[in-house]
Design a protein around this ligand. Structure first.
Ligand SMILES: *Cc1c(COP(=O)(O)O)cnc(C)c1O
Length: 369
């Protein structure tokens, strides 16, 4: 029996390969006590305020959540300085990336992004039948001029990650302003700011400041990274009333679960947790710069909570680190086969990862010599 016909574009999709769960790796290798520095999670865990709010909310999980997430929307809107109707929440900010593609692009349309960008962009573009168009990167950075040069009358959506994952690089205000001025008003620009809260560069543009300059701008952010709620799946987009109203029509009625809403609300109040997370990442950046210098490794200076390090054979080094109970992310799928991406962990996790990497590189050096 032939069965239903799977479209060729779906058949040929490269599934997104997430960082491997600790439990799975330990079962496979028969080891204990592993650490995961592979998915840019917050090593400090969730906010204690969020945990407390979750415990209080648990007895109510037989109820459907508030479909509009009104309490959270009002609180977040006040803190961002936008109207609540201009925020749409998603099951992770990834859902906003997908909804934007579904809203604006279809077969025959083009979705444009940088060659070194987040792998979810091609996935959601191809899923709706659009053509994914990649603009060349400039070294490890988005080249906004090269992206603008690839706009065509068929371009419906442009994805930009600032900072980018997996490179950790940013584009700055002047380049962003020049770019935005070149994008036609009927093109949707999705500015993915998943790591916004970690950036400290004074020239880093806050996407929300530009919403009035381009009617198609959608800024996405998430509770998965600095807020430490990746497992609950909640993120959001901010854009014009018109676009956000359309995105809200497209989402499922209860796309964000009640626990996620409650935890996000509480996490927004926990300035101490956010500040501690920032401090940890600052320390991680410093420590990894030192370590790379000491080990003679090239790395890409990071504005986010992870670093791209050139190790030679990224897959082999990832496997060897796994054997030592350290889970990092190989980067061949992103076109960086010589690199691994490492998330800044706790101080102890950073030290363990650096020591394991040093041992692995030394062993590989011996094996080669
Ligand atoms: C982690 C990440 C996200 C966030 O995804 P969620 O669905 O909110 O967990 C979005 N974009 C990039 C570039 C990321 O690295």
């Amino acid at each position: 029996m032939a069965g239903p016909r799977i479209p060729e574009r779906i058949r040929s999709l490269q599934p997104y390969k997430p960082g491997r769960p600790i439990e799975e790796v330990e079962r496979e290798l028969g080891i204990r006590g592993s650490i995961k520095v592979a998915s840019n999670e917050n090593p400090l865990g969730p906010s204690p305020l969020a945990l407390e709010a979750l415990r209080d909310a648990l007895p109510g999980i037989h109820r459907y959540p508030d479909g509009g997430a009104l309490v959270l929307a009002e609180k977040l809107a006040a803190s961002l300085g936008v109207e609540p109707q201009r925020i749409v929440f998603g099951n992770g900010s990834n859902e906003l990336l997908e909804l934007s593609c579904r809203l604006f692009a279809g077969p025959g349309d083009e979705v444009l992004f940088s060659a070194d960008a987040f792998l979810v962009y091609p996935l959601v573009s191809i899923a709706v039948g659009a053509t994914a168009v990649k603009a060349p990167a400039r070294g490890f950075e988005h080249d906004l001029g090269a992206i603008a040069a690839r706009l065509t009358p068929r371009t419906r959506v442009v994805f930009l990650a600032n900072p980018n994952n997996p490179t950790g690089t940013i584009f700055r205000r002047a380049e962003w302003e020049r770019f935005l001025a070149r994008v036609p008003e009927d093109v949707c620009v999705v500015l993915d700011e998943a790591y916004f809260e970690y950036v400290e560069d004074p020239e880093y543009p806050n996407g929300l400041d530009f919403l009035d300059r381009h009617p198609g701008l959608v800024v996405t952010r998430t509770f998965s990274k600095i807020y430490g709620l990746a497992g609950l799946r909640i993120g959001y987009g901010v854009g014009s009333l018109e676009v956000m109203d359309a995105l809200a029509r497209l989402r499922q009625p209860f796309n964000v679960n009640m626990l996620a809403q409650v935890a996000a609300c509480a996490a927004l109040d926990d300035d101490a947790h956010v500040e501690a997370s920032r401090r940890r990442v600052r320390a991680g950046r410093r420590r990894w710069s030192q370590a790379c210098a000491a080990l003679g490794l090239d790395f890409v200076p990071s504005h986010a909570n992870f670093v791209l390090v050139r190790v030679g054979d990224g897959r082999a080094v990832t496997e060897a680190l796994l054997q030592r109970g350290v889970i990092v992310r190989p980067m061949d799928a992103y076109g960086f086969p010589g690199h691994v991406r490492v998330t800044f962990g706790t101080e102890a996790e950073d030290e363990r990862t650096i020591a394991a990497l040093e041992a692995v590189l030394a062993a590989r050096g011996c094996a080669r010599g």
